[in-house]
Design a protein around this ligand. Structure first.
Ligand SMILES: *Cc1c(COP(=O)(O)O)cnc(C)c1O
Length: 444
């Protein structure tokens, strides 16, 4: 059996064959989980990541990497009825994608053969591109291109993509997100680009999953008493974040339920209900735009864990153990009306300003609690945490429309926007992309 670390360094999908081995290798003893109480976030992240990476990186290197990467707050806010909000939107580009991108960039920097320059291509519809670009900004030996659909990102998103600069270039493609993905795929398949050492950074990259395990340990240590079961509600699109939660459960956090909260792209909640999987195609456009995913790419991993098999196209080859799945997972779909209602409720009842992604998780949690705790949400009930995955200041129009409050633009983004834009508009043409890549390469 391969050790988990080799999955990372080859950037392959995690294979959960031999799952007991996985658990044995990386499980946390209960005492160790208790020991995380009161520790700062970078320390907790270090304890978790070292389970996977200590052979490859060395403890000193890993410790300084994590400290350097996580130099922003990760607040856990206590609400009524033993509920909590974990705020993951305080990083450099104001979405939870920073957690993975910041560590992934440093790992790749560490593991890069010193004689090789690496070119990273990312197709993005928003948050991933800015998080990855910002994480690699100014790292020696890396060149990053971010392809985004020029008419499908918000004003702020466009600015945060264009204004990274240095070794990171934005390519505004005259096309849709799918076109951007196709362009990237064509580049990977083109042997004439081998000399560029192309690498992707998409959501199935295992380097992006491991860091997304860390904050579940951190939040659990703060919100739960020793050994107590907890409930997490995760706003989900490609299910990478939710899969991080699933791995945290497999590593030993006593999680009573993972709530996978989705928008109108409801293939998974329908599957849990009916046992039949049908991807949503084309995907639906909702306010929580980072979750507009009709066929979540990390769902195959959930199927695998529960003994099933789902392929990339969304075809089920083997039904997973639905009973066990429903035992551990709950999934709820929220339309835009329910999302906005949740934003209002959070504001009126909890004094929280949420953006749409966090609001979907908040609504999902409340729906679950209302249907599973008939006797109210009293003292005896499990602690629960929903994830706010972006800073509301990244979604000023929606927040202002719904709450009549103008959210502040996060400081890190304000600084970013002062930089000179580094963007080229390109047609939806692979030949044009290839020409740009080869020309830049020639200039080194
Ligand atoms: C990407 C993203 C999500 C969805 O995360 P997945 O891992 O794709 O499920 C939720 N909220 C925000 C703000 C995001 O950027």
């Amino acid at each position: 059996m391969e050790s988990p670390i080799s999955y990372y360094s080859t950037n392959r999908n995690i294979s959960l064959e031999g799952r007991p081995g996985f658990k044995k290798l990386v499980s946390f003893k209960e005492a160790l989980i208790v020991d995380l109480k009161g520790k700062a976030f970078p320390q907790v992240a270090f304890e978790v990541l070292k389970k996977f990476l200590e052979n490859e990186i060395g403890l000193k290197g890993l410790q300084s990497m994590v400290k350097d990467a996580y130099n922003f707050p990760v607040p856990l806010i206590n609400l009524k009825d033993n509920r909590h909000m974990l705020n993951l939107g305080q990083g450099p580009t104001a979405s939870f994608k920073d957690f993975a991108a910041q560590v992934m960039a440093r790992l790749m920097e560490y593991l890069r053969p010193k004689d090789k320059e690496i070119t990273i291509l990312v197709a993005t519809s928003g948050d991933t591109g800015s998080a990855v670009g910002e994480a690699f900004r100014s790292l020696k030996g890396f060149k990053v291109y971010i392809l985004y659909p020029k008419d499908e990102v918000s004003q702020i998103q466009k600015k945060t993509l264009d204004c990274i600069g240095n070794n990171v270039g934005a390519l505004a493609v005259d096309g849709k997100f799918d076109d951007c993905q196709k362009l990237v795929k064509s580049a990977f398949a083109d042997s004439e680009l081998d000399k560029l050492n192309l690498t992707s950074a998409n959501s199935i990259n295992i380097g992006r999953i491991l860091p997304q395990i860390t904050y579940y340990f951190y939040a659990y240590a703060q919100a739960a008493k020793d050994g107590e079961e907890i409930i997490f509600s995760v706003p989900s699109g490609n299910f990478g974040n939710a899969f991080g939660c699933e791995l945290a459960r497999m590593m030993g956090i006593p999680i009573k339920k993972i709530i996978i909260a989705v928008n109108e792209n409801d293939a998974f909640p329908k599957f849990l209900e009916t046992g039949k999987y049908a991807k949503v195609s084309p995907s639906k456009n909702c306010l929580s735009n980072a979750m507009n995913v009709g066929n979540p790419s990390n769902l195959a991993r959930f199927f695998d864990i529960y003994g099933g098999n789902l392929d990339k196209e969304g075809i089920v080859h083997k039904i997973p153990d639905l009973k066990e799945m429903s035992n551990n997972l709950f999934s709820a779909s929220m339309d835009d009306g329910q999302t906005m209602k949740a934003m209002k409720e959070a504001f009126e009842n909890e004094n929280l300003i949420l953006e749409p992604h966090g609001a979907v998780a908040f609504a999902g949690l409340n729906k679950y609690l209302a249907s599973h705790y008939h006797d109210g949400m009293g003292d005896g009930d499990a602690p629960s945490i929903f994830l706010e995955t972006a800073n509301p200041g990244k979604f000023p129009e929606i927040v202002e429309n719904v709450l009549r409050q103008k959210p502040a633009l996060p400081k890190s983004l304000r600084k970013m926007l002062l930089r000179r834009p580094n963007v080229q508009c390109i047609p939806n043409s692979y030949e044009k992309l290839k020409a740009i890549l080869l020309m830049d390469h020639g200039n080194h």
